[in-house]
Structure formats: C-alpha cells, structure tokens
Design a protein around this ligand. Structure first.
Ligand code: NAD
Length: 287
C-alpha cells in the first residue's frame, strides 16, 4: 500500500474541530476511517450521536469510506469498543489518532480533584485505552501508526491548565515509549501540538488571531504521520496556521562532581548546570 490508501484509521473526538478535519483529509486520501465522538460539550458533559454521524455523512457523501462510533475514550470498555468498530466494519485497524479532548481550565488553587480527573481521563487515559486496544493488532500485522494530540500547554505550561498540561505532557511520555516498543513491529508513534480555531479555543484568542488558524492546516501533517512511507517516530510537532516545526528535549553540558558535593558546592556551580549554551538533543542515560 502507499500513502494511507485503504488503511483503517481510528480517530477519536472526530465529530468536531481538528478531529473532523483529520477524518475528512484521511478519507479523501483513500483511508477508511472510524469517526469516534462522544458528542458532548466542551467540558465533557453530555453525549450524542449527531456530531459523528454528520462527519460520516460528509465523508460518504464525497465518495469516501467511514463508520461512526459514539463510545467514550475515557474507559477501557470504550477504547475496546472503538477499536472493535474498526474490526467489525473493515476487518483491521492500522492507526489510531488519539484526539478526543475536553477542557476544565481553572487556576491550580481553585482546581478540584474532579476537574483533574475528568481531563486526565479523556486525554491521557483516553489515549491509553484506545491505543492499548489497537496495539495487539498493530503488533500482529507489523504495521501501525499512532498520532496523539498534545499541546503547547503540555510542553511549555499555561496558566489555568495544570490538569490539561499534565495530561498533554503525559501523552508525550506515552509516545516516547511507544516509539521504542513499537519500532521492531513497524509501529511509529508521534505527537502533534495543534494550534487551530475550534470550539476549544474560540474564547482564548482574539478573532483576528483565530482567523489565521483554520484547522485544515493541521490535517495534512497528521495525515503524513499516518502514511506507509513514514519513518519518523517519537517526535513532537507544533502545527498551526501553515507553520510546522519540531520541538525536542535538550540537555545542558552540565557538570560531573567527583565526590558528593555540599549544598553550597551545588549552588556555586548552578549556572553551569542550568545554562543551555552548547546543549545537545537529550538522550535517556539508562535507555
Ligand atoms: N484547537 C487547538 O488550538 C488545540 C491546541 C492544542 C491541543 N488541541 C487538542 O486537539 C484535540 C482536538 O481539539 P479541538 O480543538 O478540535 O476541540 P473540539 O472540542 O472541537 O473537539 C474535541 C472532540 O472530542 C470529543 N470528545 C470529548 N470527550 C470525548 C470522549 N470522552 N470520548 C470521545 N470523544 C470525546 C468532543 O465531543 C469533540 O468533538 C484535543 O485533544 C485538544 O486538546 C487543540
């Protein structure tokens, strides 16, 4: 196969916004897509089938192939049912785009355990449940493509998003290890931090900024990360408004103490430890 032709790609949260664009672009390029969406509101409350059904209708109306699924990614049973929809409809699964998301923004001192749990469950646990259900099939067929939706909030932090940033940062940790464990089975896992005008961002940026951030700009990059020709794995890309770039972890030159230092000795050498001049791409020292 070439590109994404006839590949079966599961896209979670594909009833709106970015996920919808991923589904339309992949289907237009010849993939068979599972359009998953719980159909709730931005904060994760409510449910319905209309959002996923509308995207499936758009795809099939344009001559593409798609099937809807309305399960929540937030439970193991939901993740399994989403992947089962791909197996039932198309007999296989080739890729998962873990895109479903909600927001419960609040300054950390006002954040409740419920706000924390709800966001972690959809983003981080949702990615786990869906990818974990697909993983044995990807290993068995020695082919898989994983894309997770991370965020600049997970990479750099953002006021009011301790829960969301932790979940999105966790998803980068997830693909780092999936890239290592999947490599031998030709399973490639990457993350995209999108910037796009959707219901999630409609009140966080001025209209003139949002006007330049059509979610259509993000879809071709996510599509590329699903292709047969891809070799990239374990990488993070920021994508929005026509700009695409990679973000990576760096390590400073640091210092090596020949003996256990005192607290004062650590303090005296702190600039050398912390200074990123001459820093290199980070590697796992125990990997
Ligand atoms: N829009 C941006 O600029 C931006 C920036 C960074 C990250 N992201 C991430 O991109 C992804 C898509 O966001 P969007 O901007 O398109 O928002 P969106 O609200 O338009 O789409 C998210 C979709 O996920 C669905 N969803 C929510 N909970 C679900 C669940 N439990 N199970 C299944 N589906 C569920 C929603 O119904 C919705 O259709 C999210 O993970 C978001 O965090 C977006």
């Amino acid at each position: 196969m070439a590109g994404v032709q006839d590949r079966v790609i599961v896209i979670t949260g594909a009833g709106n916004g970015l996920g919808r664009e991923y589904a339309l672009a992949l289907a237009a390029a010849g993939a068979k897509v599972v359009v998953n969406d719980l159909g709730g509101s931005r904060d994760g409350t409510g449910a319905g089938s209309a959002a996923a059904d509308a995207v499936v209708a758009d795809i099939t109306g344009a001559g593409g192939t798609a099937v809807a699924n309305y399960d929540s990614v937030a439970t193991a049973a939901g993740g399994a049912a989403i992947v089962q929809t791909a197996l039932d409809a198309f007999g296989r699964v080739d890729g998962v785009i873990a895109n479903a998301g909600i927001l419960r923004d609040r300054a950390f001192h006002k954040m409740t355990a419920e706000d924390w749990d709800a966001v972690l469950q959809v983003h981080l646990y949702g990615a786990f449940h869906t990818i974990h259900a697909a993983w044995p099939h990807l290993r068995e067929q020695q082919h898989g493509r994983i894309v997770v939706a991370t965020s600049t909030s997970g990479i750099f932090g953002n006021f009011g998003q301790a829960n969301y940033g932790a979940a999105k940062g966790g998803m980068i940790g997830l693909i780092n290890t999936l890239a290592i464990e999947g490599r031998k089975a030709n399973i490639l896992a990457n993350a995209v931090a999108p910037m796009a005008a959707t219901r999630m961002t409609e009140d966080v940026a001025p209209p003139e900024v949002l006007a330049a951030l059509d979610p259509k700009h993000v879809a071709p990059v996510v599509g590329h990360l699903c292709t047969d020709e891809l070799t990239e794995s374990g990488s993070v890309f920021v994508v929005g408004g026509g700009r695409v770039y990679r973000v990576a972890q760096f390590q400073s030159k640091g210092v090596t103490f020949s003996d256990v230092p005192t607290i004062d000795e650590v303090g005296r050498r702190w600039n050398e430890i912390s200074d990123l001049d001459g820093a290199e791409v980070g590697v796992n020292p125990v990997g």
